[in-house]
Design a binder for this molecule. Sequence first.
Ligand code: PRX
Length: 665
Amino acid sequence: MSVSWTLPFDEKILPEDRSKSTTAQDYAKVHRKSVEDSREFWAGVAREMEWFRPWDRVLDDSEPPFYKWFVGGELNASYLCLDRHVKTWRKNKVALIWEGEPTADGRPTEVRTLTYYDLYREVNRLAHLLKHRYNIKRGDTVGVYLPMVPELPAVMLAAARIGAVFTVVFSGFSSDALAERLNDAGAKILFTADGVWRKGKVLDLKPIADRALEKAPAVRNVVVVRRVGGRTAMREGRDEFYDSALKEVPVNAFVEPERTKSEDPLYVLYTSGTTGKPKGQVHDIGGYLTLLHATMNWVFDVRDTDVYWCSADIGWVTGHSYIVFGPLMEGVTGVMYEGALDCPAPDRWASIIERYGVSVFYTSPTAIRGWMRNGEEWVRKHDTSTVRLMHSVGEPINPEAFRWLFKAVGREKVPFGSTWWMTETGGILISHLPGLHMVPMKPGTNGPPLPGIDADVLDEAGKAQEAGERGYLVIRKPWPGMPLTIYKDPKRYVDVYYGRFPGVFYAGDYAVKDEDGYFWILGRADEVIKVAGHRLGTYELESALIQHPAVAESAVVGVPDEVKGEVPVAFVILRQGYTPSEGLKKELNDITREKVGAVAAIREVLFVSKLPKTRSAKIMRRVVQAVAAGRSPGDVTTLEDEASVEEVRSAHEALQHEVRGGKSS
Ligand code: PRX
């Protein structure tokens, strides 16, 4: 397949005052050279970090695609994020400014600032607790189901300190989703909280964790952070409050950081794919930290004077890499915010920028589109002129959203990019690089691949596409930060990422390269949808729906949404004896929330009597997707029954009609 693609824009913005600005052609030369000898190139980057022991081999490629970086090297993530700084003037520099969601008179009522030394002390005490009280050993798994509280990065760092592997489950996931991940990862202990503030309300987390724990018997101990207060049911002998447990640890406890190997696992993070079972991405230590070190400097250009804010949640990879390990390793002052960016009013985010003087801002297209809808007057209530650099992540950025933030906060001059990466890649791989060589920006693009990253766009047959032709995004050579494997499923790792085009990593995204060598990532090429930048497998939602006794079959597809990018819509065939009703729709919505979590809220459930299928009875999701998005279904010659397309179309049109008719009024 070779589909020609018309680029949406050819306009370029060259920011003023770019000391490091370069042309796309000059950057391409630098890039080519770095990729030719990518091992030596990455070794140069890794040498900038502090290792307990240098590596013997830059890359072990004896068992592709299970690559190992910096083999023989020893280092410790907690040491690099903390100990290294407390030996310098950064000891009492602020590491984290944490702000809780509640406000009074529009001002936050809870702010905690932790210096590098504060965090160092907390992490040491936690490491002591893990080791001596809970008997967690190197290689054991620590489960984490915490909201955005400072204890979350502390637990991650403490686990890393003793060489334990952590697995963080996003606090918006349901008990079933939590149980599945804890079991798969083999967690022995769980850190959670009594609750969290979200959109002005308290959400109880511990009862969700308790329900998960009923199904995760290997978890022996549960440590509960008191976030919201009030009564929380605790199970004797298993549960303990975080503050009470820490009270028993000497205040100056010191735990020697473990000499972990570069290729040891740092964490397992689950992500959605095209089957119902989430994939546990296992990230190493040495390669992962090398990529973060590089990107914090090239992409975010961080300096000691910066206040850096990444508005993601640590429950997703963005937070792992760019709230916790990246910024702390570089000794940056970071902002961490607990709640919703528009709570209590649409200007909360702009007020955070103003109050802390944020200079580097990392956010998402969904957030930007929400602010855009609320109007620029909300931003103008605040002085956001401290911002000198911005990036977005998670989904393609539409040029309108780009332009809006570029003007509203960027004053039409600060560098602003859309960093492409995924849970699998560990860190940013395609982006503008204001800290290295800034090429002209173009609204909507992701920019060129990083130095040392051999990205390309291939057609169906694996042939490289010409500039302007749409194809599949791949990364040809191994890069530091790549997964070690899928936890307990190496075969799936090979099939999913290296099965499509042998020898190269298949990202699952459509992309196009332009004549300047910039990449434009256009969206997923598989059955994964991005809802507000969160990755959801449509199959996960279908697996949840099928558990309802009324559901015979279903197809969940993503349809475009003005703010969230995409939202899931379910087409459902009912079993005999069931009839469509509003009540049933609600039950089906509830079941997806229960099985997956609130992140999986289905926008609409549409009842149909047939779905487009191939003659071998496989649902043609591509056809359903096209019809639901209002497009032509394309080639339907393999369809078993063409009338099914009409059914889907009329169900969808009825919905549109209902919406236009003001259903909610
Ligand atoms: O489709 C791409 C999209 O997000 C996917 C990865 O999702 P996840 O693993 O949840 O990681 C998100 C945060 C790193 C990609 O396959 N994506 C991510 N960033 C961008 C993007 N699409 C376009 N532009 C981006 N900047």
